[in-house]
Design a protein around this ligand. Structure first.
Ligand SMILES: *[C@@H]1O[C@H](CO)[C@@H](O)[C@H](O)[C@H]1NC(C)=O
Ligand SMILES: *[C@@H]1O[C@H](CO)[C@@H](O)[C@H](O)[C@H]1NC(C)=O
Ligand SMILES: *[C@@H]1O[C@H](CO)[C@@H](O)[C@H](O)[C@H]1NC(C)=O
Ligand SMILES: *[C@@H]1O[C@H](CO)[C@@H](O)[C@H](O)[C@H]1NC(C)=O
Length: 296
């Protein structure tokens, strides 16, 4: 065994341990910070419904910068909320060369997610793309790398297997989503989202020869669907332009009015019931456990 091999492997081992240790510390820090914000939010007065976006920022008082649909050569992603930011010029209109830190502060101001959410999600995206949250930039289309952030059984996009281009809304899927609300005025509820996610997963499994969804991606899917209920209040009237045209309607404000925004902790109160309410997953688990018993 050459000494250079030993040097290289021990250096890699030490850097490996060090970086996983750092990421454990970082996550612990983020979750403690998040609990603090959640606690503060629970007692602090809500922002007025028509002034959730603070004065001086785009969207204050419901006045959003001009909407221009993407032009030839502009970069767009599989995420309607980020595309809408570019369509209104809140992120660069060409969707390119966006720093992760810029995305953090823009999401915080526009959608009123908590600072912890706005750090955790872009930091996670940076890692998935093998980039640095602190120093790197990305183009919106980079987020569509299959099974990094983008994954199968989307509520707004056909699977990559059927449609390689993840940047454009799928009108049929979105209309089906908007029509499934059983809340007052046809608004979406937790039960509606569990039902339609279950249906989409079953559909993908059947028609997509390369269907794959890890637990992480399933939770990711129930998380981004839960933003429809929290930040967007489940209101189909707002969600129609947001999902179909990736346009923020005039007068719109985030429905989460907490001063520190939607925290990761509070978000779980919606995400977990959505995910655990998916009937198909329960049936699958039941079937697998029965088969398991038969096999032993
Ligand atoms: C990307 O943006 C940075 C500043 O944020 C700038 O220095 C750099 O030149 C830009 N790169 C491209 C390719 O436009
Ligand atoms: C990131 O790196 C891993 C391991 O080297 C690789 O498997 C993965 O495809 C990379 N992801 C992207 C988006 O380049
Ligand atoms: C969640 O968002 C990602 C990225 O935009 C997308 O690929 C995925 O399909 C979405 N999940 C659902 C269930 O819509
Ligand atoms: C349902 O949605 C409409 C607009 O789409 C909204 O005016 C109404 O307040 C919503 N109902 C509830 C209970 O949130």
């Amino acid at each position: 065994m050459s000494s250079s091999f030993l040097t290289v492997s021990s250096t890699r081992l030490v850097t490996g341990i060090f970086s996983s240790l750092l990421s454990v510390l970082q996550n612990t820090g983020v979750f403690i910070w998040d609990l603090g914000l959640t606690l503060f939010n629970a007692f602090a007065p809500l922002r007025p419904a028509n002034r959730v976006v603070l004065d001086g920022y785009p969207g204050a008082g419901g006045v959003w910068p001009q909407y221009i649909p993407p032009r030839e050569g502009d970069s767009r992603s599989c995420c309607p909320a980020l595309n809408a930011m570019a369509n209104h010029g809140i992120l660069p209109r060409d969707g390119r060369n966006i720093s992760f830190r810029q995305m953090n502060s823009a999401i915080r101001k526009m959608y009123n997610f908590s600072p912890t959410f706005c750090f955790y999600v872009p930091d996670y995206a940076a890692r998935m793309l093998n980039k640095s949250y602190w120093t790197d930039t990305f183009d919106l289309e980079d987020l569509s790398a299959h099974n990094c952030i983008e994954h199968d059984a989307s509520l707004t996009r056909k699977d990559t297997y059927h449609s390689f281009d993840q940047s454009k809304p799928d009108v049929r899927l979105i209309r089906e989503l908007l029509a499934c609300g059983t809340g007052s005025g046809g608004n979406l509820t937790i039960a509606d989202l569990s039902r339609i996610l279950g249906k989409r997963r079953a559909e993908s499994k059947k028609t997509n020869g390369q269907y794959s969804q890890s637990v992480v991606h399933k939770l990711f899917g129930s998380s981004n669907s839960s933003t429809l209920l929290t930040i967007f209040g489940g209101r189909v009237q707002d969600l129609a332009p947001i999902l179909l045209e990736e346009r923020i309607p005039d007068g719109w404000q985030p429905r989460i009015r907490r001063p520190w925004g939607l925290t990761l902790t509070e978000f779980q109160l919606t995400v977990l019931p959505v995910e655990f309410g998916i009937k198909e997953e329960v049936e699958d688990a039941f079937r697998l456990s029965k088969e398991g018993k038969k096999n032993v």
